[in-house]
Design a protein around this ligand. Structure first.
Ligand code: FMN
Length: 403
């Protein structure tokens, strides 16, 4: 049998599954974790194994699933202790009210609870239960105690529950849990810990009339990746983003805007409190004079008058205070480096990330970029071609050096 979970990767995660309906989502979570390179070792409570077939997790992770109680492991030695010592993270998804109560009181009556008690490293849990169970004083007490014990908690958004009710208690979606896993497993960068950082991302949308608008091809993926990487490094991030389809990342202030004017109004008043600002948004340079009523075929003469928007990056550069770091992006299809250097100098930036959009699947919309960083001291650093997430990690290390 191939061992998809045992590839060279970022490390080992012990994945605990308890007995709730949301266990069906854990199959997708195991797949995403394995795809990201983690070595995923599953443990199920006996109830967990009634909701999701152990064979599914076995096939997805390449590891046999442990569901036995401590009494059954005597012939193999103390399995839960040796297992958890080799793990970077104990992730429990879903976490039932029942297992949560056991964790809080220190019970160790099955392989998962015994593993938790033996664990000295990081634990991340994803509670899932009916709203009434979640809101019960006992569960609220237990959640608060788990947090006080140092356990990280990833809650889902309110929505439809399996019991037919609508409310809080859903397990977080697998991609959100992945985001939380990366956040908890990425080491802090000391220069960035606790720093206030603002990142802008995505396009802006400028109305032509009540039904039409002008926009650009920016997806926001690069800016979102930079915001996540800064958060993962320990910064306090505010993300101001234009319209798009990306899910808001967890654990940061997220400010959605539509037009360049709204983006300006969201960013400029926040400048003074920021240690670092990274402008990755593709802000419209021009906006049409908006027609009050829908432009009609018979009456419209085909002329659209465009007026300049505020140059937010130039305004930030002009008002930059000493010690504040300002970085921008330059997406160019020709004369990349000279255009980027000109923008860096004109707008008083400390760093600019020149973004080559001439290749297929590079730049706007795609998952990859080719980036060269230029700084105010005249240095040029080729970050190469890579996924936006991987490049964001490199960008954040360069930003940390400037702080
Ligand atoms: C159909 C069904 C769905 C359940 N869903 C949940 C749930 O979402 N969350 C929860 O905390 N308990 C839920 N329970 C109750 C748990 O399965 C029960 O408390 C069990 O003892 C949990 O065991 P464990 O924590 O060892 O996995 C459900 C029970 C049934 C029968």
């Amino acid at each position: 049998m191939t061992q998809p979970g045992r590839s060279e990767g970022p490390g080992r995660i012990v994945l605990g599954v308890t007995g709730g309906i949301a266990a069906y989502k854990t199959a997708e979570l195991a797949r995403l974790l394995t795809k990201a390179g983690y070595d995923v070792v599953p443990i199920m409570t006996p109830w967990g194994a009634r909701f999701l077939g152990p064979l599914t997790l076995e096939a997805l992770t390449g590891h046999p699933v442990r569901v036995e109680t401590p009494a059954h492991e005597s012939s193999e030695g103390i399995g839960h202790i040796s297992l958890i010592r080799s793990a970077e993270l104990l992730l429990i998804a879903p976490l039932t009210a029942n297992t949560m109560a056991k964790m809080v009181t220190g019970m160790a009556d099955n392989f998962l609870t015994a593993t938790y008690l033996a664990h000295r490293g990081k634990t991340l849990v994803c509670p899932a239960m009916n709203t009434g169970m979640l809101e019960h004083p006992a569960t609220r007490r237990n959640l608060a105690q788990l947090a006080a014990d140092g356990v990280a908690i990833c809650m889902g958004e309110a929505g439809d529950l399996a019991c037919g009710e609508v409310g809080a208690g859903r397990m977080a979606e697998p991609d959100i849990i992945m985001d939380a896993v990366r956040m908890h497993l990425t080491p802090d960068i000391p220069a960035l810990v606790g720093r206030s950082v603002l990142v802008s991302a995505g396009p802006t949308r400028e109305d032509l009339d009540p039904v039409r608008y002008l926009t650009n091809r920016s997806s926001g993926k690069m800016g979102f990746a930079v915001a996540r990487a800064l958060r993962n490094a320990g910064a306090r991030v505010t993300l101001v983003h234009g319209p798009g389809n990306l899910k808001p990342p967890i654990d940061m202030e997220v400010v959605p805007v539509t037009s360049a004017a709204e983006m300006e109004a969201a960013i400029l008043p926040r400048q003074a409190e920021m240690d670092l600002i990274v402008m990755a948004a593709a802000v419209a340079d021009y906006r049409p004079q908006k027609a009050e009523h829908k432009l009609k075929k018979g009456h419209f003469d085909g002329t659209v008058i465009l007026e300049r928007t505020t140059d937010i990056l130039a305004s930030l550069g002009a008002a930059k205070r000493s010690g504040q770091v300002l970085a921008g992006f330059a997406a160019e299809s020709e004369d990349l480096l000279s255009n980027a250097r000109g923008k860096l100098e004109r707008k008083n930036l400390d760093l600019i990330f020149a973004n080559d959009i001439s290749g297929e699947d590079l730049g706007f919309g795609g998952d990859h970029n080719r980036i060269t960083a230029l700084d105010a001291r005249g240095h040029t650093i080729d970050l190469g071609t890579g996924t936006k997430d991987a490049l964001a990690g490199q960008i954040v290390r360069l930003l940390a050096e400037k702080i």
